[in-house]
Design a protein around this ligand. Structure first.
Ligand code: DGY
Length: 321
């Protein structure tokens, strides 16, 4: 008998077809985020779950779903999974690193450029019919080339951004991370390690690329924003909750920093109303890894992980003919 798995949100039909070779598959066809109660009900009798960042896995859910053995997360970030609770119950958790690194770094640069150069503000200005003539001071932004980029969180994506910034845009890169990089990596990226306070004070543009955890909750709040240059730009492509969105909205409104570009939000898909009210912020709906090739690679890697995690796959003589 094939193991049973639940696909918690819709993914590419070809990936579902692959999963059907190995498993009895139930798919969330309505593609809405289930409540925790609905999710638990759907997980009954399932040995595996194909997860996206929209559903949480916690101790209460695991206790209510004792047959669950593998959580295959179609994302690199896994703050929606209580990994310790999974480990304690012998549930294997997997994620999809590497395949999204370069695409997410591209988006980080796109959001930085759009924010510093007021791209979406300019489009709104034009579309609303306010553009009457060229003027020397219309929508002046901040230079990206040659500026100082601060990177908070220097993992794979942080390093891919630093490479683009240093080698593509001639930026001076400074970074802060839990662990300092090896000297040869720092040299290759042309990146200098600094303390967090120096990072905040020195950055012309600050990009957040660190994972969310209780330790990184509100890593950027009112006190940190107060240390930044009034001309600085802040970009968050990491996770909501790393930034205190209420404090950021106030800092933007009072022009205590120049602008922000945000792809992730506390409590998304809800967005703090203060952020919707200010012009100097570029808002995107958590799409940093959303290219056709990368989302397909993530989806296939999560499927591979589920297949291997449940002991199926070629080495186990599968898929069955
Ligand atoms: C990730 O992989 O963690 C992304 O945020 C999901 O798009």
């Amino acid at each position: 008998m094939k193991p049973s798995v639940l696909v918690a949100r819709k993914v590419f039909p070809e990936v579902i077809e692959r999963l059907r070779q190995y498993f009895d598959v139930e798919v969330n066809e309505e593609d809405r985020t289930w409540t925790p109660e609905e999710f638990i009900a759907r997980l009954q009798g399932k040995q595996g779950v194909y997860l996206t960042p929209t559903n949480r896995i916690d101790a209460a859910l695991l206790d209510a779903c004792p047959e669950l053995k593998v959580v295959a997360n179609m994302a690199v970030g896994y703050n929606h999974i209580d990994v310790a609770a999974c480990t304690a119950r012998g549930v294997l958790c997997t994620n999809t690193p590497d395949v999204l690194t370069e695409t997410t770094a591209d988006f980080g640069m796109a959001l930085l450029l759009a924010t510093a150069r007021r791209v979406t503000e300019g489009e709104r200005f034009l579309r609303s019919g306010q553009w009457s003539s060229w003027s020397y001071d219309m929508l002046m932004g901040r230079d990206v080339h040659g500026a100082t980029l601060g990177v908070l969180g220097m993992g794979r994506i942080g390093q891919a951004i630093a490479r683009r910034a240093a080698h593509g845009f001639g930026m001076r890169v400074i970074y802060h991370n839990r662990r300092r990089l090896a000297p040869e990596i720092e040299a290759a990226l042309n990146a200098r390690y600094v303390g967090k306070e120096e990072l905040l004070r020195e950055s012309d543009h600050l990009i957040l690329v660190l994972p969310y955890s209780p330790q990184s909750h509100h890593a950027i709040g009112a006190a940190e924003l107060a240390l930044m240059k009034p001309t600085a730009t802040l970009v968050n492509i990491a996770r909501g909750g790393i930034v205190d969105d209420a404090a950021l909205a106030e800092a933007l409104r009072e022009r205590r920093i120049s602008a922000a570009g945000l792809d992730v939000f506390e409590g998304e898909p809800q967005v703090h109303p203060g952020l919707l009210d200010v012009p100097n912020v570029v808002l995107t709906p958590h799409i940093a890894s959303a290219t056709v090739a990368t989302r397909l690679a993530m989806a296939n890697l999560a499927a591979d992980n589920l297949i291997a995690g449940l002991g199926c796959g070629p080495q186990a003589g599968h898929p069955p003919t």
